[in-house]
Design a protein around this ligand. Structure first.
Ligand SMILES: CC(C)(COP(=O)(O)OP(=O)(O)OC[C@H]1O[C@@H](n2cnc3c(N)ncnc32)[C@H](O)[C@@H]1OP(=O)(O)O)[C@@H](O)C(=O)NCCC(=O)NCCS
Length: 257
């Protein structure tokens, strides 16, 4: 598939999790050409080889997604807190994990902010779940989520990794709107029956800035050893569910209350 011409199918990968109008490019679904860029390379010159490759490949997918959106960029630079700097009028997000890279972009008029995260479907390293769980989330709820997701997908799903990923996506969507840090325990995620989730944000350090939503909607999937989560803020007529087939049975009971 040639970036900028064909579009990835919307029934798989991140495209299935995001509203229409958001353009996605990712490993295994399309194949952007290597695109060495001196300005971008300079941002990671001091980093180890693995990180330089990950950074460059993430940007290759981001450029491919921008091309599809009709908003190509010379270079995607980086803000002070690591956030990608998109062309004027564009919002987006980049993610990578071992063996996978992805980027999603949209026009500000269609969506206010985006956050995407991909993770290997594996338990979190020892001690990380304690940091990720908010006071009103529990290991029991996670066990129920993992069980329902396993029944639905036919394979084990690491619910703790899914929760972690959802919060990473929330942060990536939150930061460009606010410029503020958010801790894991300041976000509570409730997973829906149908592959959606809702995140509620309560900051310790102060109120949520005016005009920024305290609730964000997202969607998730577990396919081929990968967990994907995606958050879109301010997309019209989108509740996380509209762009893809239902992934979980109606009777699966997750975190919803
Ligand atoms: C920034 C962070 C979210 C990245 O997530 P990750 O799972 O480690 O790594 P991923 O590969 O999925 O994402 C990395 C990409 O996130 C993007 N990113 C980094 N900082 C960002 C920020 N402040 N805002 C938005 N996007 C950011 C970058 O594009 C980065 O890739 P690049 O450096 O190659 O451009 C994570 O490292 C972090 O700092 N987390 C702490 C804050 C947090 O998650 N709080 C959760 C509470 S809700």
């Amino acid at each position: 598939m040639t970036p900028g011409q064909d579009r990835p199918p919307r029934h798989s990968g991140f495209a299935a999790l995001l509203p229409h109008g958001v353009e996605v490019s990712e490993t295994g679904i399309d194949f952007p050409p290597a695109r060495p860029n001196a300005q971008e390379e300079a941002l990671v010159r001091e980093a180890v080889g693995k990180r330089r490759r990950e950074f460059a490949e993430g940007r290759e997918y981001a450029h491919a997604a921008l091309l599809r959106l009709g908003r190509p960029a010379n270079a995607i630079l980086r803000g002070e807190r690591g956030e990608p700097l998109w062309p004027e009028g564009v919002v987006g997000s980049i993610t990578h994990c071992e063996g996978h890279r992805a980027a999603a972009v949209g026009l500000e008029g269609d969506v206010r902010s985006l956050g995407i995260d991909v993770e290997q479907n594996e338990p979190l390293p020892e001690g990380v779940l304690e940091i990720v769980l908010a006071a009103d989330e529990s290991r029991e709820e996670l066990a129920a989520l993992g069980e329902a997701a396993r029944r639905r997908t036919g394979h084990p799903v690491s619910a703790e990794r899914l929760l972690f990923s959802a919060k990473e996506s929330v942060y990536k969507a939150w930061f460009p709107l606010t410029g503020l840090w958010l801790d894991f325990h300041e976000v509570t995620v409730r997973f829906g029956e149908d592959g959606t989730f809702a995140a509620r944000i309560r900051r310790d350090a102060g109120p949520i800035p005016e005009g920024v939503p305290g609730q964000m909607r997202g969607a998730w999937s577990a396919e081929a050893g990968l967990l994907r989560t995606a958050v879109a803020v301010g997309a019209q007529d989108w509740d996380g569910a509209s762009s893809r087939p239902s992934q979980l049975t109606r009777d699966a009971r997750f975190f919803h209350r």
